[in-house]
Design a protein around this ligand. Structure first.
Ligand code: HDE
Length: 752
């Protein structure tokens, strides 16, 4: 008693007891993949920045690193402690009265540990619960001082740090990435004049026109309240019931049923501010503005059958893709474009710019590029950053202002309000990820979890005791645009809000044939899950006002008679300025045709033709693709020339849906193995069905045949066969991969 060493023999290190120490050491021959982090806590992506793009950013350039550095914690080479900093000698055993006796109440170490654990979870976001975030920066192309005094647009080349969070809307925090849903695209700019949050989506319109309807919309789309189903899906009665009774949603339904609702990657989708905002310059002059984010990699999507399968194979598909691209130094990038127009121009439009169910077609007002956003650093900690980040539509800076969009009005209230529940009080702005880089001084005090230690006895203004500080900034501060308002108080809508269909018609008319087909298929799928026929009928009758062709296709797909068109709220709508807008098709932004960051599988098995594997892998990697060797199992396989290839994925753990394309080298023994493997056949079937690029070398065509892929395969676009992996074949493969998908080969129902 009293001798610590005497107390130690009772297995103080459980790990050692189980031989963990050995288990944790690298096994002989094992490749240590993740380089261990240095005590500074720098992440791999920061290192990549240095290696790939020259020197580390100068101090203050990506200032989020600097401001967060203060709170980054790293336990490398440090002992375990309690939250009070007391070193813990034994983290395996609770304190007991005798080895077989009861645990003691005075075990403060156990109690602190369990208590903290009990409170680890916070409420998830009421919408957009599932998300993924990253740090980066915004770079201004040219000064926009004529239009706005917002400091981030003040100078050519000016860099402003950002944090961006992508999300799905309906699913819970642990749901899947590839749900058919809108994606959130929320950007926090840490400008030197305070934080500006551009909390947008990947679709430029919304379901409803007025914030009053938002809780109804969300209650309708979320899992039904009696049985909490379905998860992360709009294909159910309550959602379609609500939208069928809300014809203003017709335009948004077109976007939601389009391939935009199943992006291939967060890196390959557009973002939009949705509402009309205002830019205000130094002289107090204002124009209306719409914000657009355009991805450098182009806009690309999944197909529905693939999205469904991915949700099983990898529910984190988009999150993983974003993380891996940044870790690899392939920094995702978007260009910010703005549409600006005056109040007089807006008055003349056939639609109301305050109506969030309407776009301003690019043919009417061009999109002008004003800067670029690059994501170059993964968060250190998901909870501290991606979960605790609090975006808010009310966070604007001098130079950016609101309009009277009634949907925006509700948002200005909602976001701060929701954080008070979600983040447990009014001081969430002090969480490191939310704290502005601009200094904060005011007389707000106290509240849960206050971090700042305000000095002095003055917490009011005006004051004389603190010399009047902090003082009002006058015109250096945020001055609301003085929009004149002399109106009666009413509950109602402006006249043009009653027109619900012209832009739904525009969107559908602007799609390619395969995009139109996918929209019809999506309506068919979703409505086939609706159990009440009257709801299906109401939707189809609504669609008749947008497109007779679409309505008829959907009705046929559902085996129903075409119902009469829904009566229009505005029987004689104004003529739209634009009736076809090519910019609304995903094909308008194909990217540069390259295959950078595309995931390509090379199937291998014992007896595979090694030289083909290496030629293909080298060429694909040189073109920037991510190559995986996929075998019937992981591990080494002997090649036909007696060498080895190492499969780092198996067909079982990485099925075909996870790849953008596949190559199957020759090798009779290998092909025989693959032909007899149902999973390998399914791999090829999915690649074919989802219109991806396939290369079969030599005898590998037998795998195509075994998968039921037509014998006249040579005529199928994107399906290549060749004797061997010579330069021409490989170049052709890479070119076809750059086309992303080959929808000309798509049939309904699928032929394979
Ligand atoms: Fe949101 N929305 N929203 N929303 N929204 C939230 O705020 C709300 C709307 C959007 O990654 C909530 O912090 C109302 C349009 C994104 O953290 C909440 C209305 C657009 C995100 C909220 C809308 C959005 C949210 C839930 C109608 C596109 C995720 C948690 C008046 C322009 C941000 C939170 C993130 C999140 C309210 C409509 C985008 C409840 C009341 C339109 C990207 O405050």
């Amino acid at each position: 008693v009293g001798d610590m060493s005497a107390a130690m023999p009772y297995n103080p290190t459980k790990a050692a007891e189980h031989g963990y120490e050995n288990a944790l050491a690298p096994q002989p021959g094992a490749v240590v993949q993740a380089p261990s982090r240095e005590a500074t806590g720098s992440t791999l992506s920061e290192k990549n920045r240095t290696e790939k793009y020259g020197e580390e950013a100068a101090a203050g350039v990506n200032a989020t690193i600097g401001s967060l550095q203060r709170v980054r914690a790293d336990a490398q080479d440090q002992p375990l402690t309690t939250n009070q900093g007391v070193k813990i000698s034994d983290n395996q055993n609770s304190l007991k009265a005798g080895l077989r006796g009861p645990a003691l109440l005075k075990d403060f170490i156990l109690r602190e540990k369990i208590t903290h654990f009990d409170h680890e979870r916070i409420p998830e976001r009421v919408v957009h619960a599932r998300g993924s975030g990253a740090h980066g920066y915004f770079e201004c192309y040219e000064p926009l001082t004529d239009l706005t005094r917002a400091s981030l647009f003040a100078e050519k080349g000016k860099i402003t740090p950002v944090f961006l969070r992508f999300s799905t809307v309906a699913g819970e925090r642990g749901s899947k990435d590839t749900a058919r849903d809108v994606r959130g695209f929320a950007v926090k700019f840490y400008t030197d004049e305070g934080n500006w949050d551009l909390v947008g989506n990947n679709m430029p319109v919304f379901f409803i026109q007025d914030a009053m309807k938002f809780p109804d919309l969300v209650h309708a789309v979320k899992p039904e309240p009696h049985h909490a189903m379905p998860q992360a899906a709009s294909a159910h009665d309550t959602y379609w019931d609500f939208v069928s009774l809300t014809p203003e949603s017709t335009h948004m339904l077109m976007w939601q049923m389009s391939d935009r609702a199943i992006p291939r990657s967060f890196r390959m989708m557009q973002g939009f501010g949705v509402h009309t905002f205002r830019l205000v310059n130094e002289r107090g002059q204002s124009v209306f503005v719409k914000f657009h984010w355009n991805p450098v990699l182009g806009t690309h999507s999944l197909v529905w059958d693939e999205a469904v399968k991915i949700s099983g194979a990898d529910p984190d598909f988009n999150r993983r893709d974003l993380w891996e691209a940044i870790e690899a130094g392939d920094y995702p990038e978007w260009e910010l474009g703005i549409q600006t127009f005056t109040e007089e121009q807006a008055d003349a439009f056939s639609f109301d710019v305050l109506d969030a169910t309407k776009i301003v077609p690019e043919e009417l007002v061009p999109v002008v590029p004003v800067g670029r956003l690059v994501l170059n650093r993964n968060p250190d900690n998901f909870f501290a950053e991606t979960e605790q980040v609090a975006f808010c539509a009310a966070h604007v800076v001098p130079g950016i202002d609101f309009t009277n969009d009634p949907l925006l009005a509700g948002r200005i209230h909602s976001y701060i309000d929701t954080q008070i529940t979600r983040l447990g009080g009014p001081n969430f702005h002090e969480l490191p990820i939310n704290a502005p880089l601009a200094p904060v001084q005011n007389n707000q005090r106290d509240g849960m979890h206050r971090q700042a230690i305000h000095r002095g006895k003055v917490a009011y203004e005006p004051n004389s005791l603190a010399g009047g500080c902090p003082f009002q900034a006058g015109t250096a501060g945020f001055v609301s645009f003085p929009e004149p308002v002399v109106q009666d108080e009413v509950r109602g809508k402006p006249e043009k809000f009653a027109e619900h269909y012209a832009q739904a018609t525009l969107f559908y008319a602007s799609q390619t044939d395969s995009e139109k087909k996918h929209i019809a298929d999506a309506f068919r799928f979703e409505l086939s899950k609706v159990t009440v026929p009257a709801i299906r009928q109401r939707i189809v009758s609504m669609l008749r006002n947008a497109s007779e062709e679409l309505a008829a296709t959907v009705a046929q797909g559902l085996g129903m008679e075409l119902p009469p068109a829904m009566p229009r709220a505005m029987p004689d709508p104004p003529k739209p300025e634009v009736t076809v807008s090519p910019a609304l098709s995903l094909t308008a932004r194909p990217g540069d045709g390259g295959i950078r960051t595309r995931k390509i599988a090379i199937l291998v098995a014992d007896g595979i033709d090694g030289p083909s594997v290496w030629t293909l892998a080298d060429a694909l990697q040189a073109a920037g693709a991510v190559v995986r060797l996929v075998g019937p199992r992981i591990g080494p396989f002997e090649t036909s020339d007696g060498k080895w290839v190492d499969a780092d994925a198996s067909i079982e753990n990485q099925p075909g849906v996870l790849f953008d394309g596949v190559a199957v080298p020759d090798g009779s023994e290998a092909i025989a193995t693959l032909v007899s493997d149902g999973r390998a056949r399914e791999f090829m079937q999915d690649q074919f069905r989802h219109c991806k690029t396939i290369l079969a070398l030599g005898g590998a065509t037998a795998l195509l045949e075994a998968a039921g892929i037509a014998a006249d395969a040579q005529d199928q676009p994107g399906l290549l066969t060749a004797d061997k992996a010579d330069g021409g074949t490989v170049a052709e493969f890479i070119k076809e991969l750059g086309r992303h998908r080959h929808f000309a080969r798509e049939t309904d129902p699928p032929a394979v």
